[in-house]
Write a protein that binds this ligand. Sequence first.
Ligand code: C2E
Ligand code: CA
Ligand code: CA
Length: 640
Amino acid sequence: MHYFEATLLSIVLMLAILVDVLRFPLIKKDRGSRFFAELTIAYSIYLVITIFICLGREGIVLYPIPINRILWTLHYLSFPLLLGMWMHFNALNVIDNEKLVNLLSLIHAIPLAVLTMIVILDIPRQQFYPFNIAYEHMLPSAGTTYMIILSFFFCLAMLLPTLGHRKELPGSFLFISMLLPVAFTTSFIAFYVTHTHVMFTMVNSFMMVLYYLIGQRDSVRTDPLTGLPSYALLKRKMIRIFRFRSPYAVVLLDIENFRYFNSRYGQFIGDQMLINLADYLRTLANANEVFRISNDQFCLCFPATKEETALSITNQIEDRLNQPWILNERSVHIQVNMAIISIPQQAETLEEFKQAVNQLLLEIKTVRSKSLIVYTRESMIDHERKLNIISALRESIKFPDQVVVHYQPIYDAKTEQLVSAEALMRIKDRHLGFLQPDAFISLAEQTGLIVQLTQIVLAKVCRFIKQFPEDDTPFSHLAMNLSGEDFESKTLGKILLNIIEKEGVNPKQIGFEITESVVLQSYDTVSDVMIELSLKKITFALDDFGTGYSNLRALIDLPYDYVKFDKSVIHAAENNPSMLSLLTEMLHKMGKCVIAEGVETKEQLALIRSVGIERVQGYYFSKPLEEEIFHNLVVKARKD
Ligand code: C2E
Ligand code: CA
Ligand code: CA
């Protein structure tokens, strides 16, 4: 094959890559991908120069002597320059340490710079490297020898790091990284023997195409939205880290309530938020060390010898998150929960690491905002306990007898008469004993088991109510709690009504307590269900009022009958009663009946009465009671 055909074929291949990149832009924004683009451009320039030279050689165009020499000089220099770029590109893919790569490339750039100087100075004199028409039949000159030696040196510089890192390189990269120096060396031998660079051009083109294909295949494992590598690539990185026992710190990051963010601001802003966060995280760690491991979870890894490095990163992230993000001219906030795993202190093997990640991803969803979990081996024991609790929950769904409902009476603040009660769930497990909500509710929510548990509790509450004639109960209704996960089902309203109907209870004897955070999580579904059920005279209470955002929209728009002040509000009001009084007044003006939770002392009760709160619930009157005891209480209240 001649120069011309080889060059034309290469141009076609480069155009094919270009067209493909235009159709499917490279999503990975890491240095490797950027450098590949630069390499492609450099190679395309080389091809253009080659075309000019071909035109001159074939006598199609006649260049003045200085132009001809300059063209040949550029052509000549592009061999080692391209090889040097290949070497740098290869090192970026093979060596993890960016500083080391830059240092290596700098060392290699020195002989290249020397060569460039000599050749440029040699243009008028033509001693070092005679450029002329007889190029193909030239005698070995000092210039040719220098260039060939330098090229071999570059090939060697490619081979050595590849061999050194062969164990950690994924198969496809190992293959191409080995092929690269071998193919180029072959092309130089061919050049030495035949004096034509056809082989060099072909090797270059095919390597470009091969690298491009591998890069494209890898981008499947890259998140298209943020351009970050995905969980699959994190796993690959971890295999390397554990094989080399390098000290690493891993930070897991979970956006709190991202579903709510999305539904509040819309998908577009949600996506922008993720992109902005990803870009920010990239600035903290090398792009290759930030991963998007699920919809709203990210992971940062970085070499670390001290735990402080991880802490300083999490502090930086927290500082950034205290500032708003400007998206589409709107100022928005997000909160994240983070967890740190130190390798090898807290995870010595890949297995341990995977367990730690699984545990933390579960845990991170349950912690309240802005807390940092530092993973320790001891917390593994805690994790086992959680797994045991989850299996206890599964078991109790199969055997609903293990679901126990306690009732905490609610009293009229003035008359101190029983007016209602809140049903509170407990789990009675053969192995774990009696479980309180603190231990299992959030796990039940994360696993989705809460949905069935809610139905079991509702059925039990209905059966309790059925023990008394409808028009002869001291309580207006009994209330139970609903979780955010319950609202995942669009048919929640129907499901609940079916149970109430099947148990033969008048719906007005049932009430549901829903916290504000649940409302904010899925406003539309909550609103639909509330409207559907309140048509049947089921009542609703806004639970834990004063702990969340205290968003008035929910209070104004949704058919809440009751508002329950959280116990923290009552306790805080002891020092600042005017706030409680104002809030109560506002709620009364909105037509809500107010319940004070967590009333523990005589003083608190007095305070509640003084601000006009109608109902109280708390240890001062009664703890949550076993069903039988509450039953007796109801019977006694009926007689009074
Ligand atoms: P909650 O809905 O705010 O329920 C009130 C909690 O405050 C109960 O804790 C109750 O025992 C406690 N409490 C009542 N009076 C006082 C007091 O005077 N002082 C103090 N310090 N605490 C008091 P419990 O039973 O441990 O329930 C905790 C949470 O678990 C509940 O908070 C509720 O969010 C959740 N939960 C309980 N049962 C269920 C259920 O059946 N379904 C769902 N989804 N959640 C439930
Ligand atoms: Ca409640
Ligand atoms: Ca509450």
